[in-house]
Design a protein around this ligand. Structure first.
Ligand code: PXL
Length: 254
């Protein structure tokens, strides 16, 4: 059995964050381990507060996992503070690392403060096997506006120049149909998908990066892992169970 690690925030409503990551790991048949960085008090309707944990508490959790259950692949999600970003970078994980540079929740609540954004760019991005920004995060990291395919590719190149080995710019927030762009070993791969008309997309980015991480733990290449994870997320959105009064979760059993 292969082991995957997520280092991310908790979403008590179970659709995003570490809860989405563990469900995805389990569904894709890897053993999931989980280090909590922050607690986002929220449900499908609102976010009440976001409380980062003490950085030592995060570091001690990571060490407890690493010394006993060394992961075959790891991902990071919402990290909260620069201190938490720095201590993850200090661990210098030796397995493939997927960095999901979560900055704000879909409802506009910050999950990574401004100092933490620069810490992520300078300390963690250079350790990423793959980084998975959405359009907004790609624009912040690359320092250019990103609203269409050409700019997605330009941003991917800039983010690779900052040190990420591979870059997946996700087009879920494009107007109309979507396309994700992967820059891997100098080649671009495009993953188009029709827009699904639904409000149930809470945790899509978390689920996507967790699925990629699970496939990497199982030994697939990055293009293979992204291809399968992209298809998994489409199916999980299309068959969302419709839970909650707001933006509900995906179908992690798909
Ligand atoms: O989807 C971004 C995200 C990441 N991590 C946590 C979240 C959210 C969005 O709500 O709650 C903990």
């Amino acid at each position: 059995v292969k082991i995957a690690l997520t280092i991310a925030g908790s979403d008590p409503s179970g659709g995003a964050g570490i809860e989405a990551d563990l469900k995805t790991f389990h569904q894709l048949r890897v053993y999931g381990t989980a280090v909590i960085t922050l607690i986002a008090v929220q449900n499908t309707v609102h976010v009440r507060r976001v409380a980062p944990l003490d950085e030592d508490l995060v570091g001690d959790q990571i060490d407890a996992v690493l010394e006993d259950l060394p992961p075959h692949a790891a991902k990071t999600g919402a990290l909260g503070t620069a201190a938490i970003v720095a201590l993850i970078a200090e661990r210098r994980l030796t397995c493939p690392l997927v960095v999901d540079p979560v900055m704000i929740s879909s409802r506009g609540v910050p999950l990574l403060d401004e100092r933490a954004q620069s810490a992520l760019a300078s300390l963690l991005l250079p350790q990423a096997t793959l980084i998975t920004p959405n359009l907004h995060e790609a624009a912040v990291l690359a320092g250019i506006p990103v609203t269409a395919l050409a700019a997605m590719k330009q941003a991917a190149r800039r983010i690779a120049d900052l040190g990420a080995a591979s870059v997946l710019v996700k087009g879920g927030h494009l107007a109309g149909d979507t396309v994700d762009v992967l820059l891997h070993e100098g080649d671009f791969y495009e993953f188009p998908a029709p827009r699904i008309d639904t409000r149930h997309t809470h945790g899509t980015g978390c689920t996507y990066s967790a699925a990629i991480t699970a496939h990497l733990a199982n030994g697939l290449t990055i293009p293979e892992a992204v291809t399968l994870a992209h298809a998994f997320v489409q199916r999980a959105i299309a068959s969302a169970p419709g839970l909650g009064a707001g933006a509900g979760p995906l179908n992690h059993w798909v």
